[in-house]
Design a protein around this ligand. Structure first.
Ligand SMILES: CC(C)(COP(=O)(O)OP(=O)(O)OC[C@H]1O[C@@H](n2cnc3c(N)ncnc32)[C@H](O)[C@@H]1OP(=O)(O)O)[C@@H](O)C(=O)NCCC(=O)NCCS
Length: 196
């Protein structure tokens, strides 16, 4: 199994191949994180329930029959899942997006996020065999940690768009997103040969 990246504190590896049957472990990490956001006043408990509600309108998520995924990437430490991210394709609009990136909040697991992102991109590059693809990541405006992570550690720029949202139980949560576009050398070459 190919892996990448070791943590500086506690040792971890990010698996380059998607895995299954880890949703419960990732949900536990995510639930703990949202508990913290209630404790620090970022969200009320009602807001967290609204965000978790199954019937909600998420501007970037199409109807179920037009949604492919999740393809899940994880970081492990020993035999424990300590982080992960879900990759989906919006088959109505043609783009891929990442959802629910999370890690164990212990300081030893700092730095898991970027290799998780890289694993998803590498998988898309190899699965789509060099074809063009667009990958989006979103952050709710209230989630400062997430905004800082994507801005500073992945894209080194402010969000590209600010018109995303989640609507649930009468509440609206505004969101921003970044788009990264990927076209590898072989498809660039093909495009050039076609245009010659
Ligand atoms: C998104 C997430 C998984 C990214 O984890 P991460 O890669 O550790 O990045 P974080 O932003 O948490 O931590 C970055 C900090 O770790 C430090 N850091 C980054 N890489 C590091 C490394 N390799 N070794 C040690 N420290 C590192 C940085 O200095 C930074 O500290 P600073 O913000 O004070 O400058 C994590 O922030 C998380 O679980 N967030 C909660 C859920 C969330 O917001 N998800 C995104 C919504 S889609």
């Amino acid at each position: 199994m190919t892996t990448t990246s070791s943590g500086i504190g506690s040792p971890f590896v990010v698996l380059r191949e998607p895995v299954q049957s880890v949703q419960a472990a990732l949900k536990k990490l995510s639930d703990d994180w949202y508990e913290g956001l209630v404790r620090d006043g970022t969200y009320t408990r009602d807001e967290v329930h609204a965000l978790a509600a199954p019937r909600k309108k998420v501007s970037w998520v199409p109807p179920k029959k037009k949604l492919f995924g999740p393809v899940t990437f994880v970081a492990i430490s020993g035999d424990r899942v300590i982080g992960g991210v879900d990759l989906y394709q919006n088959q109505r609009d043609g783009y891929w997006f990442l959802e629910q990136m999370i890690r164990d909040q212990a300081p030893g697991f700092h730095g898991v996020g970027k290799p998780l992102y890289d694993a998803a991109v590498a998988w898309l590059v190899s699965t789509l065999q060099g074809g063009y693809f667009e990958l989006r990541v979103h952050s709710l405006n209230k989630e400062q940690r997430s905004l800082r992570f994507w801005t500073n550690y992945v894209f080194q720029r402010s969000p590209d768009f600010r018109d995303a949202f989640v609507k649930s139980r009468g509440k609206t949560f505004d969101a921003v997103y970044w788009i990264s576009r990927h076209r590898n050398e072989s498809s660039r070459l093909t495009a050039r040969l076609r245009s010659d």
